[in-house]
Design a protein. Structure first.
Length: 198
């Protein structure tokens, strides 16, 4: 059983989403890119946001997933978490950023705090954190490689986004990694442009 914790960065507070966030969650998840590149339901209905908030608290309690609302002051900037916590020292980093908060580097800032918590003895006690994204989600990939994630390859039909058939990029970060930004040929050599959105 895990107890929810609050994480703070220079610009953000990461805390449990509450019923007061339902409107902002619903509004953010109307975004076409959020529906395209994440596993949120599509179409995203208000009931999905209403059901999400109590599910996050239950997931913390079970230890299966830990999710934080990313708050920049009074603004809901997105969601971030560690998912599929197996109890064997691994999990997956996932996030989405509200359309009104993109382009500020907030996901990298929040991810650093979540990764540090995930690897810490006081936190998740993980040894490996995975990252996956739909091919073409270049902003997410750039954030992951900035954090030091090492690109592992392409997974065919790996993700269950709204289309349920998207290929995915996969990367991982080990607790022992130095977390320096990585070079990913799939982005740096222009391949991303060729395999972007269909």
């Amino acid at each position: 059983m895990m107890q929810p914790v609050i994480l703070r960065t220079e610009r953000l507070e990461l805390s449990l989403p509450t019923a007061d966030d339902v409107d902002s969650i619903f509004d953010a998840c109307q975004d076409a890119d959020t529906q395209r590149y994440t596993t949120v339901p599509s179409p995203y209905e208000r009931r999905h946001a209403e059901e999400f908030v109590p599910r996050v608290a239950a997931d913390w309690e079970s230890g299966a997933h830990v999710t934080w609302a990313m708050r920049e002051g009074d603004v809901l900037a997105g969601m971030i978490g560690l998912y599929r916590l197996s109890g064997r020292g691994d999990g997956e980093l996932g996030y989405w950023v509200s359309p009104w908060s993109r382009g500020k580097g907030l996901v990298s800032e929040a991810s650093r705090a979540v990764v540090e918590w995930g690897f810490s003895p006081e936190g998740g006690r993980l040894t490996r954190i995975e990252w996956n994204a739909v091919v073409g989600n270049i902003a997410s990939a750039r954030a992951a490689r900035t954090l030091g994630f090492r690109y592992e390859g392409l997974r065919r039909q790996a993700l269950t986004g709204s289309a349920g058939r998207d290929d995915g990029w996969a990367a991982a970060l080990l607790a022992s990694d130095d977390r320096t930004p990585q070079r990913w040929a799939v982005l740096d050599d222009g391949a991303a442009a060729r395999v972007g959105r269909a």
